[in-house]
Design a protein around this ligand. Structure first.
Ligand SMILES: *[C@@H]1O[C@H](CO)[C@@H](O)[C@H](O)[C@H]1NC(C)=O
Ligand SMILES: *[C@@H]1O[C@H](CO)[C@@H](O)[C@H](O)[C@H]1NC(C)=O
Ligand SMILES: *[C@@H]1O[C@H](CO)[C@@H](O)[C@H](O)[C@H]1NC(C)=O
Ligand SMILES: *[C@@H]1O[C@H](CO)[C@@H](O)[C@H](O)[C@H]1NC(C)=O
Ligand SMILES: CC(=O)N[C@H]1CO[C@H](CO)[C@@H](O)[C@@H]1O
Length: 456
């Protein structure tokens, strides 16, 4: 504080003197100015023409300061906001576990600057309020928890064996990744064509907007199942879907009876409010769709991503599934990525689509570059959600000892990314040299093939 005040006082005195001082005192005030500037910044304001920087050196060189995370998220110590000579210890009480998990927020790399304009790019499902039901639960993340995530929202849902997420529909499409266990899904499209399938860990489903569906855990895993849902609108709320029972509980029974050509008493057991998630007898895993005069939906609503070989990469692996292979999935694409310890999802960006990231295992570190000198680093572990707006440059580094596994999910039909290394290897080397001051030898080793995940 004292230093700040003396600096302000000094600045006021200086500005007063530079406006009001007669020419004869200019020498004194300019030498004071030089002292202040050199002690607070590295700018070479006072340098004369003889030491002017060369044309290529119009800005200072990038720092070599070590900028790794200051501690591992598994630390048992009380971490402090200190990086080199910067920062100071914490004097007041703190939420230590949260600080242990976020080394790059408490002690950011010196390459970080400012904050992402959309807000924090991390939301752990652990901070979402959970909706507990008999037979399971559901918790969600949408734009209200994480304002930066305008284009997608997510739900983590658990069903005990046999439990049903009731027949419903909604305005957005619904994409899912099975995290554990087995789920039987059913649907009927607008032309009366039906669909039924059972999917397991690592598999996907997709229902187009407004198409009704149900989800039910089989007992192939005695505990039932858990899955991740992603919706192609950040404003989606799992609490405002259109439920079968909610609708009928709000429709006169006379109307219901007339609609189905039944007596009113046939509906004596109709629930008086929505069921949402409720227990039931487990369905047969071998069940097939009801005989349908209109036939089945032309493009299956499920995709067995578990039954797809991952493309091996120098530092991990990737599986990409979008509408080219999973034809029904016209608004969501996914890259299922693994990164081995020390490896890294390479520096890249997505040209037009935001990325909603879900971390399944391991520990990842991401810096998002938002242009205008703004960059922020976040750390992620299992159960965390990340978000990277379209065009933001980023990487995902494995900073743990275990395989990092995450899903990059996009609100789009075709997966796309631009690789920094591929870009710089496919333009004249001279141009790269002029920007980055690299040797021709170094540039000649840049790989023209997109690496996706580089090794340690
Ligand atoms: C400018 O470049 C020349 C030739 O490489 C070098 O001798 C000189 O020291 C450079 N000047 C500065 C200010 O770096
Ligand atoms: C974190 O763990 C890595 C991998 O074991 C290790 O190399 C590194 O030194 C650790 N960092 C800190 C700050 O403890
Ligand atoms: C990795 O293991 C080493 C040795 O057990 C440990 O010191 C380090 O903190 C671990 N790193 C992480 C990120 O867990
Ligand atoms: C470039 O990358 C490809 C794909 O990862 C790899 O097969 C090839 O060996 C690499 N080339 C060089 C020169 O490193
Ligand atoms: C990689 C993998 O598991 N492939 C299997 C996918 O499913 C077919 C039959 O449904 C098997 O033959 C493959 O081996």
């Amino acid at each position: 504080m004292a230093r700040f005040f003396s600096f302000v006082l000094c600045a006021i005195l200086l500005s007063t003197s530079s406006v009001a001082a007669p020419a004869s005192s200019a020498k004194t005030s300019s030498s004071t100015t030089t002292t202040v500037v050199t002690s607070s910044s590295t700018a070479s304001i006072a340098s004369g023409t003889s030491s002017a920087p060369n044309a290529s050196e119009t800005v200072p060189l990038a720092s070599d300061n070590p900028n790794n995370p200051e501690w591992n998220v598994t630390t048992s110590e009380d971490p402090q906001p200190i990086r080199g000579s910067l920062g100071a210890t914490i004097m007041a009480e703190q939420n230590i576990p949260l600080q242990q998990q976020n080394p790059d927020l408490l002690a950011p790399p010196t390459t970080d600057s400012g904050m992402l304009p959309g807000g924090n790019a991390k939301w752990p499902f652990s901070l979402s309020s959970n909706r507990l039901q008999t037979g399971g639960w559901a918790r969600q993340q949408n734009i209200h928890q994480m304002p930066i995530a305008t284009s997608m929202a997510g739900v983590d849902m658990r069903l005990e064996a046999g439990a049903i997420r009731e027949l419903h529909w909604h305005k957005t499409s619904e994409w899912a990744f099975v995290l554990s266990g087995y789920v039987q899904v059913t649907s009927v499209d607008q032309l009366g064509r039906n669909y039924l399938d059972t999917v397991g860990p690592g598999d996907l489903w997709y229902f187009p907007p407004g198409i009704p569906h149900s989800l039910q855990a089989t007992d192939q895993n005695p505990d039932g199942c858990e899955f991740l849902l992603v919706f192609d609108n950040g404003d989606f709320s799992e609490d405002s879907t259109f439920q079968l029972t909610d609708w009928l509980a709000h429709t006169p029974k006379e109307v219901i009876a007339k609609n189905f050509g039944t007596t009113i008493s046939a509906w004596n057991n109709l629930p008086g409010k929505e069921l949402y998630i409720f227990p039931a007898a487990p369905p047969s895993p071998d069940a097939t769709a009801v005989k349908d005069p209109a036939g089945q939906v032309p493009n299956p609503f499920t995709f067995k991503m578990s039954n797809m070989s991952a493309t091996p990469l120098a530092g991990g692996s990737v599986k990409i599934v979008d509408s080219r292979t999973f034809k029904a999935s016209t608004t969501i694409a996914v890259a299922d990525v693994t990164v081995e310890p020390g490896g890294m999802r390479e520096l890249h960006w997505h040209p037009t689509q935001d990325e909603w990231t879900y971390y399944i295992s391991g520990t990842g570190r991401v810096t998002e570059f938002a242009s205008s000198g703004t960059a922020q680093t976040f750390d992620y572990e299992a159960g965390d959600i990340g978000f990277v707006p379209a065009t933001y440059g980023h990487y995902v580094e494995n900073i743990g000892n275990d395989t990092l596994h995450f899903l990059e999910i996009f609100n789009t039909d075709i997966f796309q990314d631009v690789s920094l290394q591929q870009w710089l290897s496919l333009i004249p080397p001279q141009l790269v040299q002029e920007h980055l001051g690299l040797s021709s030898e170094t540039i000649s080793h840049f790989n023209k093939t997109k690496q996706v995940v580089v090794g340690p």
